[in-house]
Unconditional design. Sequence first.
Lengths: 337, 331, 308
Amino acid sequence: MTEPLLRIRDLRTYFVTDRGSGTARAVDGVSLDLYPGETLGVVGESGCGKTVLSLSILRLVPEPPGHIRPGSLIEFEGRNLLTLAPRDLRAVRGNRIAMIFQEPMTSLNPVLTIGDQVAEAAIVHQRLSRAAARSRAIDLLRQVGIPEPEERTDHYPHQLSGGMRQRVMIAMALICHPQILIADEPTTALDVTIQAQILELLERLQRELGMAVLLITHDLGVVAGTTDRVVVMYAGQVVETASTRELFARPQHPYTEGLMESIPRLDRPRARLHSIPGSVPAATAWPPGCRFHPRCPYAWDKCRTEEPPLLEAGTAGHTARCWLVAEPARRREEAAR
Amino acid sequence: MTAPAPLVDVQDLVKHYPGERSWLGLGRPRAAVRAVDGVSFTIPAGTTLGLVGESGSGKTTVARTLLRLTEPSSGSFRLDGVDVFSLAAGPLRRLRRRIQIVFQDPYSSLNPRMTVRQTLREPLAIHDLAPKPQRDARVGALLDEVGLDPELADRYPHELSGGQRQRVGIARALSVEPAFLVCDEPVSALDVSVQAQVLNLLADLQQKRRLTYLFIAHDLAVVKHIADQVAVMYLGRIVERAEAARVYEQPRHPYTRSLLSAVPVPDPAATAQRIVLPGDVPSPAHPPSGCAFHPRCPHPKKNERCRTERPALREIAPGHVAACHFAEQPI
Amino acid sequence: MTIASWLTLFATVAWTAAVVAWSRRVARRARRDSGRRFFRHPAAAVGLAVLVLLATLALCAPLVAPILPSTQINITDLQNRPPSWQYPLGTDFYSRDVWSRLVYGARVSLGVGTLGMLVAVSLGGMVGAAAGYFRGWVDGVLMRVVDVGLSVPRIFLVLAAIAVWERLGVAPLILLLGLTGWFATSRIVRAEVLTLRERPFTDAARSLGAGPWRVIVRHIVPNAAAPLIVSAALGIGNMLLLETGLSFLGVGIQPPQPSWGNMIADGRDQLMVAPLTSIFPGLAIALVVMALNTVGDALRDALDPRKS
């Protein structure tokens, strides 16, 4: 059994709101493992905490109003990232763990050439000379599929299309051969045909470089096609973890089931879509007991008062935060009703 | 006995933006940007046409010209026989009751300084649709119809969720009792579970009020659940149009095929070969010669003719048109 | 100062504290965040208090300053006296009560500043909104006028106007300050309007059948108000400084009518003997301008809708 590359244990990231409505507990006790070479998908809708989770790993959460609670652990290469000194943390960012974001236009500096931006990480972390870094940057631009990289390296972000900019971001992230790539909704802002290109690129690069990818998305289709394992988040918590095949074949948590039922799908006939009633609760007021209970078709008394832990659900590695796992009979009762 | 004339009849809709001039506005004018380059379709009353395309396809421009938010360069649009493009300001204002639009972004499609009640009362006031004392009752009825608690009437948009705001936008559009509703990517900015709710709402409203929809989207899976007809746009033109089922089962244009295969399917067992198109979505300012799709086209029979001769939109089967030289031999 | 006027002064201070406390309470309870964001700056409450206090004093001038500002009390004995219970800020070279002059001068200086700002903001707002909404040649013409206005140094414009008309009354002075100060505001408003007219809710209003007038008044202006309000708050400070500068030079408000500017000028020759006669009005100006800037900054944060 290989050791996980990244271990997150009981991560809590809270935000102080100025509305006087209290603390927003955006990430509220998340634990997960990322193994070398795998693609782990983190799936959830807005308000579930997945983006805050990704920012917390590299400590990119703005310190006021956010703060990571003591007692949270993010272990990488034997050290807790949350207690690293700033200098050591900087040596990890962009170098051992890299991140790409959703909006390539706002994530790139509009006044620097793309070559400069790609080379920056190499200069900072690998102490290459400008000339050597430039040539590495050109290599990387070629590797991510940008045509005529020698010319393009002197272009500015606004001269590139959305897909190209995302490739540049990927090049920036990969230039130091990181062990982990965190991709926060990397294709959401792109057209469908470009999305397919970028996903294919990420798959290829992952194979070539042997890195682990933490893919954050709300799109179950992307998850199905790209990930090895999946973590489903709701209301700041992990509600289900499983291998991708297992999750789609036998979802255990009612939220996961509901999500899968409510996606419009090409491979299903036209029909009225199932929809999960209600809406995502506010992070300042998570419901008591199981956080999904107000919207769950199976909820009973226990769900309203006791918060379920992650329970083993049949196959190895498949866990779900639901009392139904302990009492599967109730699911049949509800279905019969 | 002939079928009744379709409610919506658009013919050869064109919208050009004049090219920018270099030299501070004094140099030679550059070529025009042909955002919409000859689009035609009809929509029978009570049905939905799904208009699909990526960025640069011109689908949003089509929506804006139909509403005359942007004036078209040429073409005609007949709504129930009335030529919308030739109306003067007065009659146009009256006609605006019959055609409405739901916008994509629930965050910026509502005036942040107006409460829901004020937003919904405004169309009633503009068109004098109810005597003042009854307007509040109308507002309550509208909120109810879109599935919102009438208590929300005194909230500001920033106090509502994305799904709620979008419902308010729909209620606003319905307040003037339109016959034709243009939905410009109404669910793209919403979460998956909310998306389903809003799509169901739109389907219910269509049935209840006998509405006709032009449903614009980039997501083919979403369109499948609401459209009776589907038209696929690429670089300002329609490249394929047919009954929805035919487009999904027997697409004739290589772009449609590529779009369909690019949509990620939530099923890990579905490992169908994905067609990944090379290159970027072209910009309407620099359209390729001949067939606009040819630089990226994966069709095995692509040849010189594709590069030089633009294929006409022709009928391949009854009710099914496509613009490809090899439409009879789809990939 | 009589006992009655001292009491009134304390009452005014208490009233100011009450007003500020009441505003904070309203802000905390309100549905909209803007009030709470405003008071998040500790200096904002202080600035607000200073402004409320001075405005109230100015309005209640006869009650808190019983001696008229131009009264020469006792030219032989009471010249250049330091502060005392009877004359809280002392007397000046002409044995006039400095406190009275300060309070009555507040009327003039604050009044000219506020009214001048109102003229400038109204004019700038209308021009900017028209230019931004209609664009085309309207925009072109108006913005060229603004370009000219911005390129000429304002102080020269004002001095030139004064040179032509010699003595200016208060009203013409206000107009002059207003008419020379609207250019920057129009640019700001125009920029806001340009973005607002592209927002979908403006399209929605148009597609519902709203005419341009309704769109501008009901949709664009309320949303463009934020930068306008901030510009106004900071603008009063500018106007105030300009007026005091002119009065100092002797071409603004004419003595014996007190203005903080001409009070400083009067005390200039006495700086060795009685520096306080110049320092007090100077302090007052500095205090008001700082308060206005603080309140303006806090308003900018409060009204910025992105911070929610």
